[in-house]
Structures are given as C-alpha cells and as structure tokens.
Design a protein. Structure first.
Length: 378
C-alpha cells in the first residue's frame, strides 16, 4: 500500500514536471512511438536480451576506467530526483528508456516548465560518442554530466545543494566512499554517470545478426533498404557509419535553415562560417523509438526523414555538398525505412539493475526499468 502511494505520488510529480504551465512550444500531435523492437520480422520474434558487458573492456578515458562500482552508482544517480531543484526530475524524465532514451516530444521542459529549443538525443551508443550535445560543446561524457543539473531550463539545481542532499543518504555516503574514497563529490557524480552511460549496451540488432550470417534476421525489404543505405543512390553511409551509425562529424543538412532565426548549431562553438547550421550526425541505434527527429524535433516520422533527403535537404548557403536530390522510387523509400527499423534491439538496463551494489529493492528497480516510475524512491 505504502509503495503504491509512493509510486502514484511520483507519477504525479513527473507528469506535472513534464507539462509545466510555461510551455513555450506547443506540442504537436505526434504519431505514437513505434512499438519497441517491432521490426518487420514481427513483434513475436523475441529478440535476444543484452547481457552486462565486461566492464574492463569498455573504452573509457584513462582517468575514468569503467568499474562495476561506478556503474552501480551511475545507475542509481540516473534515477535520482535529488539532482534537481525540488527533487522533481531525474535524467530519465527526459531520457526515458521506454522511448529510446528520449521523450517522444519536440523538445523538453525542465523543472520550471520552460522548454529548451532542442530535441532530446538518445543515450544509446554513448560509448562511441566523441563529443556530447547536438553541437558537440561538451568534450566528454564526464563534462556533459553536470550540465543538466545546473542548467536553469533543465534540473535547475546547484551542485553544492545536490552534494548536501546526497550526503544525507546513507547509501550515497557509503557508495561514494567505496568507489572514490571520498564523500559525494561533483567529480564522482560525473565519473559515475559517464560510466553508467558507457556500460549501456544493446543486444545485436537484426542488422548486426544479419551481418554475422543469420540470413533470416532481416526480411527482403530490409535487405534492399540496406543496399540503398550503403550505396551511392542512398548516400546515407557517407555520414551514418560505424557501430553507432555516426561518423561523429558536424554537418548541415538544412534542417531549420528555413526559419527566421535558425539555430546555428556547431557555429556557436567554433565560430567558423562553414559550421553555420551544422549539427552532430546522430546515431541511428534504436531510431524507430525516438521520434520526432532532428535537433529541433521538426520531422515526425522516418518516412518524412527519407523525404527530406530525397528532395535534397533544405537549400541554404552552408548545405553540405553530399546532400543532393536522390530521386528514390516509392519502394526504395519504403525499404530504407524498413532497414532503419532493423537497427533496434533491447538494452541491458534491466541486467544492470540486477547488479548487487545498487542496493534498491528489486520491485523498485523493476518499476524504474519498466518505465512505471522514472525515479528511485525518496
Ligand atoms: C529537461 C530535460 C533533460 C534532462 C532532465 C536531462 N537531459 Fe540530457 N539532454 C537533454 C537535451 C535537450 C539534450 C540536447 C541538448 C543540446 O544538444 O544542446 C541533452 C543531451 C544529453 C547528452 C548528450 C547526448 C549526445 O548525443 O550528444 C547526454 C549524454 C545527456 N543529455 C545526459 C544527461 C544526464 C546524465 C542527465 C541527468 C543528470 C540529463 N541528461 C538530464 C535534455 C535533458
Ligand atoms: C552529409 C551527411 C549525412 C548524410 C549523407 C545523411 N545524413 Fe542523416 N543526419 C545527418 C545529420 C547531421 C543529422 C542531424 C541534422 C540536424 O538535426 O540538423 C542527421 C539526422 C538523421 C536522422 C534523424 C536522427 C535523430 O535522432 O533525430 C535520421 C533518421 C537520418 N539522418 C537518416 C539518414 C538516412 C536514411 C540517410 C540516407 C538517405 C541519411 N541520414 C543521410 C547527416 C547525414
């Protein structure tokens, strides 16, 4: 009974946190997110679950190797409302794993209800990311992690306040000591959060299984879509390449450049004229779950994304020369979308939730991992 009240209260807080009265950008009626892992092979074909990786083998900066203790702490912090003003919001509020670590909205409202301009990027493939944010302004995941806490339009809390709150929780006192040999610290939060993000892996996608010789993992349409994707006809591979389907480079494909005051993206970081309107090539992992698309959430469906490329993007003085009209047939477009849907697979969040050092009751973890609540209990 007590748990139910806590759960209900949390849901209420989350709902109000996400729909504050000061919304600046009205929400559009978006299509319901595509059912998880419903690739064309059918929703009944249960995909393999992602196991916990060998932490020692995960690529990480020399001063922050991934360890189990950091991942456990990072998992708990990811769902920790104390990181926000009034304990109202967690990282998972915006990066909701049941929506591909995004929020199924054009942009996001912070604790005060004010919305930012940018679409919430997924966390999938974080381990393959060189720089963070749409414009790459954070050099590492460690630097990124403290940003949302202090950002007035996100969690709007001060780091000293967060540390004070965490110091009052026996779990954090003990866990920071065990992992970093100190009490709760900003550096510890950043390192643990980055380690959790790097340890977040996915089961092999239908595309990866197909690559390894499982010929039935993708249907005929998806296979034809794959060939278009990697050919001079589709050109997608020119930027979306590698394990996370991104070359990590900043490119202007014209999105938003027809607005009166376009978001200049990478230009704000480098001040180089050729970077006007350029954004980081995003990962395509679990892309069918993260609608709407692009840095401004301006494209609702994968079909419309393909139409954007087919017409040659949106003309502007800094448009990347690789973006040209494609003249794809209707079936080529449909097949490309079918292929994009083959880049989805379940993640290992549930497996990470079973690590012993998280010290939460399994039913609490289950409630978080299944998305029923997006916060650890107070
Ligand atoms: C209010 C919603 C919101 C909350 C809360 C939030 N984020 Fe984000 N996050 C965003 C948005 C929006 C962006 C993109 C901003 C940009 O590119 O300018 C982002 C970007 C990121 C990125 C970069 C991803 C990439 O591909 O470059 C990471 C990593 C991230 N957030 C982690 C976190 C962590 C860790 C927390 C909790 C401490 C958190 N976020 C809380 C909305 C949120
Ligand atoms: C010249 C580089 C380049 C090429 C070629 C390219 N993309 Fe992209 N793609 C990008 C960039 C950069 C973005 C983000 C742009 C923005 O938000 O302003 C993007 C965004 C996307 C998105 C939305 C991702 C999200 O999370 O919002 C999808 C889906 C996508 N591309 C698929 C494709 C497909 C399919 C093709 C081939 C038809 C393709 N791309 C060709 C660079 C490229």
């Amino acid at each position: 009974m007590k748990t139910n009240i806590v759960l209900l209260a949390s849901v209420f807080v989350l709902l109000t946190a996400c729909s504050g009265g000061l919304n600046q950008a009205p929400l559009r009626n978006l299509p319901a997110p595509v059912q998880r892992f419903n690739v064309a092979t059918g929703p009944t074909a249960a995909p393999p679950l992602a196991p916990v990786p060998d932490f020692g083998s995960i690529p990480a900066p020399a001063d922050n190797p991934v360890t189990q203790g950091k991942v456990e702490l990072g998992f708990r912090l990811w769902f920790e409302p104390r990181l926000s003003a009034g304990n109202r919001m967690t990282c998972a509020t915006c990066h909701n794993h049941t929506m591909g670590f995004s929020n199924a909205q054009v942009n996001a409202a912070g604790v005060t209800g004010v919305r930012g301009d940018r679409n919430v990027p997924t966390i999938y493939g974080a381990v393959h990311q060189r720089e963070s944010f749409w414009d790459g302004r954070a050099k590492t995941l460690e630097i990124q992690a403290l940003g949302p806490i202090e950002n007035p339009i996100e969690m709007n809390e001060s780091i000293p306040n967060v540390l004070k709150k965490l110091e009052n929780v026996p779990y954090y006192q003990q866990k920071f000591k065990e992992v970093f040999g100190t009490g709760p610290s900003a550096e510890g939060i950043a390192k643990a959060m980055a380690s959790f993000e790097r340890a977040l892996t996915m089961a092999p996608t239908p595309y990866e299984r197909f690559q390894k010789g499982e010929t039935t993992a993708m249907n005929e349409a998806q296979q034809r879509g794959m060939r278009t994707f990697f050919s001079g006809r589709g050109r997608c591979f020119m930027c979306h390449q590698g394990q996370a389907f991104t070359n990590q480079l900043y490119v202007n494909i014209g999105v938003g450049m027809d607005k009166a005051n376009p978001d200049l993206g990478r230009f704000n970081v480098t001040k180089m004229p050729w970077d006007r309107g350029s954004f980081k090539t995003p990962t395509l992992l679990n892309i069918s779950q993260t609608a709407p698309y692009m840095h401004d959430g301006s494209i609702d469906t994968l079909q419309d994304v393909v139409e954007h490329y087919n017409k040659g993007g949106i003309k502007n003085e800094a448009l990347d020369p690789r973006i040209v009209p494609l003249n794809l047939s209707e079936s080529e477009k449909t097949e490309l979308v079918a292929f994009l849907r083959a880049l989805s697979a379940p993640d290992n969040l549930r497996a990470l939730g079973k690590l012993p050092g998280i010290h939460l009751r399994q039913d609490h973890i289950e409630a978080m991992v299944s998305g029923r609540v997006l916060r650890s209990p107070e």
